[in-house]
Every structure is written in C-alpha cells, then in structure tokens.
Write a protein that binds this ligand. Structure first.
Ligand SMILES: NC(=O)c1ccc[n+]([C@@H]2O[C@H](COP(=O)([O-])OP(=O)(O)OC[C@H]3O[C@@H](n4cnc5c(N)ncnc54)[C@H](OP(=O)(O)O)[C@@H]3O)[C@@H](O)[C@H]2O)c1
Length: 351
C-alpha cells in the first residue's frame, strides 16, 4: 500500500442520548484497520444518503438491537483506493457500495448483519470492507446519485419485483424509498398510485414527474377509507402490488385494496405500531388470496442488478434528492428526516 494512503478517518457516531434537544451524533477521528487483511478493500467515501432508520436509530426508536455508539448510515458511495493482496473481484478506481445487510450476498443466507445496527455504519470519509459485501455502482451517475442506490434503491427494487409492464402499483408516502420506487415504476411502465398525507406533496410530485400519470390518494384526510379510493381507481379490483410503508396501522387496508392473488411488499413501519390493528389480518389475507412478503433491503446480487438496470435505462436521481448537505452538517440532516419534512432523499457529500 502507498504511504500516501490515510491512516485515520472521521466518522459520525451516535451519542445514544435520546433526550429531546440533545445532540444525537458526535464527530470522531479514529484509526483505520490497517494494514488491509488479504480480501479487504479501502474505500474513499464520496457521498452518504440518509434514511429514516438513521434518524430512528439516533432517536432510540429502532425496534431491533443496535451496537452502542455505532457509526450511523448504511448508504455510501465510494471509490476503491487500496486492496488487500488476495482481492480478485475489484480493483483500485472501481465505484462501490457496501450492501446494507453484509450477510445478504445472494438472498439465501440465513444470517443477517445490518450496517449501522449490528455493526458500524458508513457515515465516515474512509471505510474498510471485505470484497464480498461490495457491489458495483453505475458509472452513469455522480456520487450523490449513486449513494441512494444501496438502501432506498435496493429496497424499492426488491419491493417491486414480479411486476410487469402495465400492472398497477400503490406506493405509500413520499419519502426516499417511495420516490425511488416511483422512478423505477415510471421507467418500467407500471400504472402508479401514490398515497400521501399531503395533497400539496402529491401535486408537486405530479408536476415534477409528468412522464406518466400519478394517481393521488390521501391517507391523512381519509385514514379509515383511503383503500376505497384505491379500489375506485382500479375499477374495484385493487392494485397488483402495494409498497406498504405504514406497518400495522395500514397493512389490513393495504391487503383490502390489493387484487386477489396480488402482492403486498412490507417495507416500512412508519405509523404507530399496534398489534391490535392486525386482528382482521388473517381473514383478510385468506379472503383476498394476497401474498405478503417482507422486504429487507436486498442482497449484493440485487444491488448489482439494480446498478445494471439504472445503467441500461440511464435513470438519474437528482429529481428525488431534496438537499445535499456538507459532511459537517450531519446532525441537521438527521433532524430534518426525524421531523419528516423532506420529499425524497437527503445526502451528505464528503469533499
Ligand atoms: N424493509 C427495508 O428493507 C427497509 C429499507 C429502507 C427503509 N425501510 C423503512 O421504510 C420506511 C420508509 O423509509 P424512508 O427512508 O423512505 O422514509 P422517509 O424518507 O422518512 O419517508 C417518510 C414519508 O413516509 C410517509 N409516511 C409517514 N407515515 C406514514 C404512514 N403511517 N403510512 C404511510 N406513509 C407514511 C410520509 O409521506 P407523506 O408526507 O407524503 O404522507 C413521510 O414523508 C421506514 O419505515 C423505513 O424504516 C425499510
């Protein structure tokens, strides 16, 4: 390895102080794990996209265990700057991202290890990972655009699997995963229904993405009957697939507005989670013969497939990036997501 390579990195670690108004993050400088192990790769990170889970974990709301004071973030885009002497899949200069679940390589592994939860995350200027957890990123995109692919992108990609051109899709909300799904759905030729708590947000999105119609549904003003709006928009049949983001509070309604034999991809848990909401779930699934499948981001293979799809379609994502922050502004960006004020993605750039 060259002498000019870094020996230390800057990283944003959680304070684990969940009291309102207290800093949720702390910038630290720490030694990199060098020399590189034989199959390890040193990455210079150029951009990190934030997700709802970053704010959720930083504020103590994550339902799964997390390592104390871990580095936040699971959506990094970077460049290989050094490789161990047994690396054979990647080379210096390649554009890469670690997969969100570093145990999920093909989709069939039974173990899991999520970045920023079971292990450190990626909001740092340099990272070291084993080559097997790294996927390729599109050469057609800049770093900010690339940073959205590993988590929001791969999650949307996994959630939409199985749909064919012309089939219909309900996307819930206007957050990062939802907006990525909207971009994929427009590129793939699906009929799009979009639910939001805000008519203004839907109108703004309809204007920003005029290529194909986007049918709006307001779950905020019609909390108990929004699924009937979906049925009305699909001739009473229901959509072929729901990208379900609310969790227990919306799942039964999502099944009710999915066509018989259709699919609900359970992605999020944004609403208040209460098992009592699910008392009619089993009978509703049976009645509607609906498949509910859990989405857990995706595998390294999925991320590579998404990279190929983005490259082939020339998709870009500037229109779903709400704001690009400097690396130093991590606390501000995490707070904005916690307040739920963004449309689409917030990205931290590391220059
Ligand atoms: N399973 C996985 O692999 C995976 C991966 C990534 C994320 N997630 C989860 O997926 C969800 C979305 O993540 P994200 O990063 O896209 O979040 P985000 O960017 O913070 O999205 C938030 C948006 O979702 C909408 N929303 C809020 N409460 C809702 C509810 N009860 N029902 C439906 N929509 C609601 C709101 O849109 P409006 O203002 O338009 O109403 C809000 O602006 C989160 O729960 C996240 O933890 C899961």
């Amino acid at each position: 390895m060259s002498d000019s390579l870094p020996t230390h990195r800057r990283a944003w670690r959680r304070t684990d102080d969940h009291a309102e108004g207290q800093p949720k993050l702390k910038l630290v400088t720490e030694r990199l794990p060098l020399p590189l192990a034989p199959t390890n790769i040193l990455i210079k990170v150029h951009a990190v996209a934030l997700n709802y889970r970053d704010s959720n974990i930083a504020n103590g709301g994550n339902p799964w265990p997390v390592t104390p004071h871990g580095i936040i973030g699971n959506d990094a885009a970077g460049e290989v700057i050094a490789i161990g002497d047994k690396v054979n899949k990647l080379k210096v200069g390649d554009r890469v991202a670690p997969n969100t679940d570093t145990e999920n390589l093909t989709g069939r592994e039974s173990s899991r290890s999520w970045l920023a939860a079971d292990e450190d995350g990626v909001l740092a200027d340099y990272l070291v990972f084993d080559q097997r957890v790294l996927a390729r990123l599109p050469a057609t995109l800049d770093w900010v655009n690339c940073s959205i692919l590993p988590c929001a992108g791969t999650t949307a990609w996994s959630a939409l699997k199985g749909l064919s051109i012309g089939q219909s899709l309900l996307i819930q909300g206007t957050g990062g995963v939802a907006m990525f799904a909207l971009k994929l759905a427009q590129a793939a030729g699906y009929r799009i229904l979009l639910s939001s708590s805000s008519d203004a947000k839907v109108e703004k999105i309809q204007k920003s993405f005029p290529n194909t119609p986007i049918h709006g549904v307001n779950y905020g003003t019609h909390p108990d009957t929004w699924h009937e709006q979906v049925l009305n928009l699909t001739d009473g049949v229901g959509v072929d697939l729901v990208l379900e983001n609310g969790g227990t509070g919306s799942l039964v309604q999502s099944v009710l507005c999915t066509r018989r034999g259709g699919t609900v991809s359970q992605v999020g848990y944004l609403g208040k989670q209460d098992p009592m909401d699910l008392k009619d779930l089993v009978s509703t699934i049976i009645d509607r013969r609906v498949n509910i499948r859990g989405i857990n981001a995706g595998s390294v293979n999925d991320l590579n497939d998404l990279t190929d799809a983005v490259t082939a379609t020339n998709l870009t994502f500037d229109d779903i990036v709400e704001n690009v922050y400097d690396f130093q502004q991590a606390e501000e960006a995490v707070q904005r997501i916690w307040e739920g004020r963004q449309i689409g993605k917030l990205v931290l750039q590391i220059t």
